[in-house]
Design a protein around this ligand. Structure first.
Ligand SMILES: Nc1ncnc2c1ncn2[C@@H]1O[C@H](COP(=O)(O)OP(=O)(O)OP(=O)(O)O)[C@@H](O)[C@H]1O
Ligand SMILES: [Zn+2]
Length: 464
């Protein structure tokens, strides 16, 4: 019996010792990591002091990629272990890893493109990552903005991205800017970084970042994605053009479509965001021999990628040309005629008399004979629709006026028009009024569209 007890005590002791040894080892690694993190922070503090001195000096337009001299001259033991699989690449090696460690990258936009770009850059060992985003995490972001998650809904995207990065690689010094990047703050932030990634979704910020990068001599890795397509370009790099060399004038605001209206396949932003990260690594490690190209990706065509060689910079470019007229940041919202935020502003195309609240329409719905036209695209109509509505997409409406006419039982039959948010429906009312002036007694748009309907009338109706 005693021998049996001795045996089992012995066994327990062996297990305990082995557990303590394991914990001891884990603590040793953790202490090492924390020491490195502290070291990083001290170094970046040193760096930011140098930068603020730099900031005080006059802002000069520089043409080459100006990178601060290396601060870190070697890798730590934890870094050898962490980056081992890429250290052994002949095109990368220890020198590549050290260059990454000494590089700071600014990602503007922690959305569909910024999310994968930030994750891969942090994991690869970039020394400092700045993340700018003024917005908060929404549920409809999560199919593509994979740096956030369900628990982060409603919190700042910049903070959420920082949290993920710190969990992924605590050696990366991540700075979150919970702000809208605009003329008043862009230069100050851009100047603090070696490379800038444009992961935003609007034209005003595209011009702002282009100008800030040219004025402070930073390469700009620009990406875009919509529906099933995407593209990638590097501006202001290796004597290549800037965005203004290619597009001196912004497109008309009404021609611009965003993801909320046009849709986007999550993985398409993943492809372009990863390519932005790859391009940043190639620039940081001075391993980029490719000419200045516009890379076009289409998920629905073959081959998936096409590449177009870009022109060299324009001698008469207003920004980067020989005699520039733009020497400071401008008012980009005014220049582009559209804001830096992509939240669709409410259209006000109709007077009060031509509009009806969803609740009032709901009350008359089963009592008054009427025609309800839903002017969303058919793909959206097929997602969800109100019973007895007729789908005529806005773009087809002028050609299908005859159909509307045939639907009217009498000239007095009222017509109501609905869409997703209550913007297109207003344009549709104007089209109907123009074409059916004498035939129609009453034609109204349902205020706030199906979105407001599902909030105020039927909570079971999907919001998408
Ligand atoms: N000037 C800016 N300053 C800071 N963040 C910006 C600026 N312009 C755009 N962004 C951010 O860039 C990101 C763009 O990503 P994306 O288009 O995937 O997201 P989204 O705007 O959340 O999409 P959705 O259209 O579905 O609402 C957004 O998070 C947006 O807040
Ligand atoms: Zn230019």
């Amino acid at each position: 019996m005693n021998i049996e007890m001795d045996k089992s005590e012995n066994q327990e002791l062996i297990v305990l010792v082995s557990r303590l040894k394991k914990e001891n080892e884990q603590l040793r690694i953790r202490v090492k990591e924390l020491e490195e993190k502290l070291n990083n922070k001290q170094n970046s503090l040193l760096n930011s002091n140098t930068n603020s001195k730099l900031k005080e000096s006059t802002l000069q337009k520089t043409e080459t990629f100006d990178k601060a001299p290396p601060i870190y001259k070697d890798l730590t033991l934890a870094e050898y272990m962490l980056y081992g699989r890429q250290l052994i690449l002949s095109d990368f090696g220890k020198s590549g890893q050290l260059k990454l460690k000494n590089t700071s990258i600014l990602i503007v936009g922690a959305g569909g493109l910024g999310a994968p770009a930030a994750i891969y850059l942090a994991a690869a060992g970039v020394g400092k990552l700045g993340i700018v985003d003024y917005d908060k995490v929404e549920r409809s972001n999560l199919h593509r903005q994979i740096i956030h998650n369900e628990l982060r809904e409603g919190i700042s995207k910049a903070q959420s991205a920082k949290m993920t990065i710190e969990e992924l690689n605590s050696l990366c010094n991540c700075v979150a800017y919970e702000i809208l990047l605009e003329s008043s703050n862009a230069l100050e932030i851009v100047q603090k970084y070696d490379i800038v990634i444009d992961a935003t979704d609007n034209v005003a910020t595209r011009y702002l970042l282009n100008d800030a990068c040219v004025l402070s001599g930073k390469p700009l890795i620009s990406g875009g994605a919509l529906r099933m397509d995407g593209q990638l370009t590097v501006y202001n790099y290796k004597r290549g053009p800037c965005y203004r060399c290619l597009f001196p004038k912004p497109p008309p605001p009404e021609s611009i479509l965003n993801c909320a209206d046009g849709g986007i396949l999550g993985v398409v932003t993943g492809v372009i965001g990863c390519l932005q990260a790859l391009q940043a690594i190639k620039i940081a490690t001075e391993n980029d021999e490719s000419p200045n190209n516009l890379l076009i990706f289409s998920a629905t065509s073959y081959p998936l990628f096409r590449s177009i060689k870009l022109r060299s910079k324009k001698k008469d470019c207003a920004l980067c040309g020989d005699h520039p007229s733009i020497t400071r940041l401008e008012d980009y919202v005014q220049f582009c005629g559209s804001g830096a935020t992509d939240k669709s502003p409410s259209v006000k195309a109709l007077g009060h008399e031509d509009r009806i609240e969803p609740k009032i329409y709901h009350n008359l719905r089963n009592k008054t004979p009427h025609v309800l036209i839903d002017v969303r695209e058919t793909v959206q109509y097929d997602i969800c629709s109100l019973p007895n509505s007729i789908n005529i997409p806005l773009k087809d409406l002028p050609d299908r006026i005859g159909e509307v006419k045939n639907l009217l039982e009498t000239p007095n039959t009222p017509v109501y028009v609905i869409c997703r948010l209550g913007n297109d429906s207003q344009h549709a009312v104007n089209i109907l009024k123009t074409h059916l002036k004498s035939e129609l007694k009453e034609v109204k748009d349902i205020i706030g569209g199906l979105h407001k309907w599902s909030i105020e009338v039927d909570q079971e109706f999907p919001i998408y």
